[in-house]
Design a binder for this molecule. Structure first.
Ligand SMILES: [Zn+2]
Length: 335
């Protein structure tokens, strides 16, 4: 028997993927009766709360049986699902799984499916030891072609599939898991990714890097000497760190705090992670902030209130001073 699967919660700046809840039943209403959805899925033709709840309960059973991972696609900042994404065939004893997804009509064409597929692909490749992920799409389905493209999944041929009395030919795309983490590591529009890739200017430049992490100077209003430690891979939850990323983190935080101690001799070095911009999860980054007696005197406080005060005042540190500090820090890391 295949072990049951623990569904993850995954997010990027555009979407959040989470397990379906029975209370989501109403969100299925716009999908019911949509031929582009009902033809390939068990979404009911006619909406009733009971049918919708039964559909959600079926997805929970698939998880419990280890047959599939089925998640709700929720736009960032809202609550109600607007679609489904899943990986099916996990109980077939092969190292591959097949994507299935749909979006209600008014949410198509905005990149939600591509974002959702990237998130789920990365998680599945890392967590389920799969080798390939497949997308089977109708030849004229442009949306699915875009999803395949987003995953870097080339077309590998055609397959025949039977739905009721109908046999249709679908185009099959296949993504190799080995390529997944790299393909999904950079998210344009994410401030951290944009700074790391040079799409936005980064005062001070790269200060230090380990195989999975970067150290940069903070661009926010936390004063000169505040460093950031962030994963190279775009990830928005500490719980999503890979084993390799997590293993590097402790030693790197200690070393970064030591560099700050040596260069600033502060009263304390704060190390914290909020990564919650506008109430939305963003690319995680640890803030390593030196807090001196003069900084506390200037703002009249310390601890979280000091950071709140500095954010309220909103003064970014002067670029020349950041450049100079970054250069000193680079030399300390190298030495
Ligand atoms: Zn990012």
């Amino acid at each position: 028997m295949t072990p049951s699967l623990t569904p993850p919660t995954l997010s990027d700046p555009l979407v959040l993927l989470r397990p379906w809840r029975l209370s989501d039943a109403e969100a299925l209403e716009p999908a019911c009766g949509d031929p582009s959805i009902c033809r390939f899925t068990t979404v009911p033709e006619r909406y009733t709360q009971r049918e919708a709840e039964a559909w959600i309960a079926r997805q929970h059973r698939r998880l419990a049986d280890g047959a599939a991972i089925v998640l709700a696609i929720v736009p960032a900042g809202s609550e109600a699902p607007v679609g489904m994404i899943g990986l099916f065939g996990l109980d077939q004893g092969t190292q591959s799984a097949r994507f299935g997804y749909w979006l209600i009509r008014s949410f198509r064409g905005r990149g939600f499916a591509a974002s959702a597929a990237r998130l789920l692909a990365r998680w599945a490749c890392e967590t389920l030891s799969l080798e390939t992920l497949l997308i089977d799409a109708e030849p004229e389905n442009k949306a699915s072609q875009r999803v395949a493209h987003a995953l870097g999944a080339p077309r590998i041929g055609n397959i025949e599939q039977t739905h009721g009395r109908e046999t249709i030919t679908l185009t099959r795309y296949s993504m190799r898991c080995a390529g997944a983490p790299m393909a999904a590591s950079d998210v344009p529009g994410c401030l951290s990714c944009d700074l790391a890739t040079g799409r936005r200017p980064l005062p001070g430049g790269l200060i230090h890097e380990s195989p999975h992490w970067r150290v940069e100077h903070c661009v926010g209003p936390l004063d000169v000497g505040t460093l950031l430690v962030k994963p190279k891979r775009h990830t928005t939850r500490v719980s999503n760190l890979t084993t390799a990323e997590a293993a590097e983190l402790g030693p790197l935080l200690r070393r970064t705090a030591a560099v700050v101690d040596e260069l600033v001799s502060p009263e304390q070095v704060y190390v914290c992670l909020w990564s919650h911009a506008g109430g939305q999860p963003v690319h995680i980054h640890y803030v390593v902030q030196p807090v001196t007696a003069s900084l506390m005197a200037k703002h009249g406080t310390y601890g979280p209130r000091l950071q709140v005060t500095m954010f309220d005042e909103g003064e970014p540190p002067p670029v020349a001073a950041v450049d100079e500090f970054a250069e000193q820090a680079r030399r300390r890391f190298a030495g």
